[in-house]
Design a protein around this ligand. Sequence first.
Ligand SMILES: C[S@@+](CC[C@H](N)C(=O)[O-])C[C@H]1O[C@@H](n2cnc3c(N)ncnc32)[C@H](O)[C@@H]1O
Length: 682
Amino acid sequence: MAIVKKKKVSTTPKSTPKENGLKRKLEVEDAQEAETPKVVKKTPKKKPLKKQNGTAATPVVEVEATPSSENGPKKKKKKVVKKVKLFEEEEKAPKQKAQLIDEDDDEEEFNIGNLDIQGDDDDDDDLRDDYSDDEEDEDNLPIEKKSAALDKIKEKMLKEGEEELQLNIANQEKFELPTVEDIEAEMKSAPNLEIVRQRIADVIQVLGDFKARRDPNKSRLQYVEVLQKDLCSQFGYNEYLMAKFMDLFPNGVELLQFLEANDNPRPVTIRANSLKVKRRDLAKNLINRGMNVDPAAEWTKVGLVVYDSQVPVGATPEYLAGHYMIQGLNSLLPVMALAPQPGDRVLDMCSAPGGKTSHIASLMKNSGVLFANDANFDRCRAIIGNLHRLGVNNTVVCNLGGEEFGKIRPNGFDRILLDAPCSGTGVIWKDQSVKTSKDSQDVQRRHTMQRQLILSAMDALDANSPNGGYLVYSTCSVLVEENEAVVNFLLERRHCELVPTGLTIGVDGYTRFRDYRFHSSLSMTKRYYPHVHNIDGFFVAKIKKLSNAKMSKQEVLEKEREKQENKKKSQAEEDSSDDKKKPAKKAGKKSKEDSDSEDDDGTAPFKNVGSGARANKKRRNQKKAQAKQDSLKEDDGFNTVGNIKKARKVKEFKARVPKRAAARTGAKAVKNKRKKMLAKQQ
Ligand SMILES: C[S@@+](CC[C@H](N)C(=O)[O-])C[C@H]1O[C@@H](n2cnc3c(N)ncnc32)[C@H](O)[C@@H]1O
């Protein structure tokens, strides 16, 4: 309880920068207290664009919030006594106040200098010390003194929280896991979100140190199921998507960070249109209009972040004059990877509303030719509007299915951007309906379309282009099925190879993910996450076309065979390394200890990713995986091995017997006749 309130303090403005005499004067004149323009500018500046480190505050706070049965009451007593002392000193009415506080045990806040600060009187001592220190430092403004005092208190609280967490861990508290049925029943009535939140923190803690904290009668799977249900109810996702995210982030703390980032907006960013203005000049003009802007990140020369604005960002004279485009920073990445050159022939295959198109045109310096295509006619209007506003004049807007380009313009472009339609799982903050609307079928449909589009894009690319032959594939999805799986499919179907994106940020793409095994070069692709990079979830791959010749069936089959062999090899290697780690026990004699120890790998909370499981289990898993693969091949659009499957036609058996004969004779005669005919054929 006490720690949850501490969060309150951490959200208040943190620090005021030291400023020179003139600025200080202005500030004092402008506003006596906290809200000077400088403070507004500086405070968010640090937050939105800095890469967060792995241990973000929120989940830790949640764990800290776990009440320690031993410490809780003791601490409270101490606080009450100390508060009494303070009130004695401050108000000189000891008895009355003590009574008051005893009556209201929950009251843990008191007011100092217009700022609500909670905590025990050690904090107050600190605060007083801080003020006395500050008194000595006559240069500081009152707000600076308060800010410094707050910083100290916050630091202390964090330390205390950490100590409390350590104490909890040391106490080895056992948490009792409800059954999935209990949770389902709980969900039918209005669930208490505070309890759910606490349970999530508890389960993640248990999964993080499974051996020591588990209930011996419960398996890892049971914990994971409870966690999944709770996360769905806490964050409002369907189970399908939550399972996908749990696969993607096997570490519970990171999963929470990702889910929380999905509920918060990304910073507002704009791209300076270099066809019309330099970023520096644009920034000056916008600041003069009352917008608080700064360069968005080190890796971009055209991005600006807008902290706050007194005018709507989409209605300034500069916007209307086409000096900038409102764009998420992630949108800059695929265009930077594409690196279009002046004079190139470029295709933007799925381009509406034209943010990336106009960026491409500006890098081409309005020269060469750019085709901006989109299958949606209404969205094409938006492209045209934006291109006019931004002064782009090297572009042809067209309204075709992207799948057509491979046929109507084979080997026709130097560079192609395929910013594919996707599930949008990287931009959930923009569209919360994604949380519940995406299911297996939907993702499968996208996956199929993406594979068709990527093949068409590759066919439309000219491998003999003097300085090109590059395709950039991007999505605003974090799902492997829409990213690595699609690119891997292309590598198996066409003469092409992955090349480095040239992007300095991002994490490497997967080369293996659950049942999927991708080409090792997939590590050259880049992934972006909102909780890591503070930009939308995104994926970028850059591919070079090696030959305009299409692959023959023979070659495709050969690649296929090669792939299967590699897969078997890597599987065998895995098995042998597992066998080395743990000698295989006698098959069929599987004790309870064995089954427990399967779960004991605490490195990955949700599953034993890369654990040293025994050969027996491995074999069973292999069988399961094989069965799954077979079923994928059967009817699942995620099959990255075979052709893109159209709806299967069910072939009916037809007896090769003339209809008239069949009509004349009985069933038995027809059967005999058929037998005879078959014998003859043989
Ligand atoms: C992710 S958005 C593109 C965003 C755009 N690149 C930008 O930066 O402004 C995907 C676009 O693909 C279009 N689209 C969907 N299916 C398509 C297809 N088969 N061929 C071409 N475009 C398609 C959609 O209309 C949508 O505008």
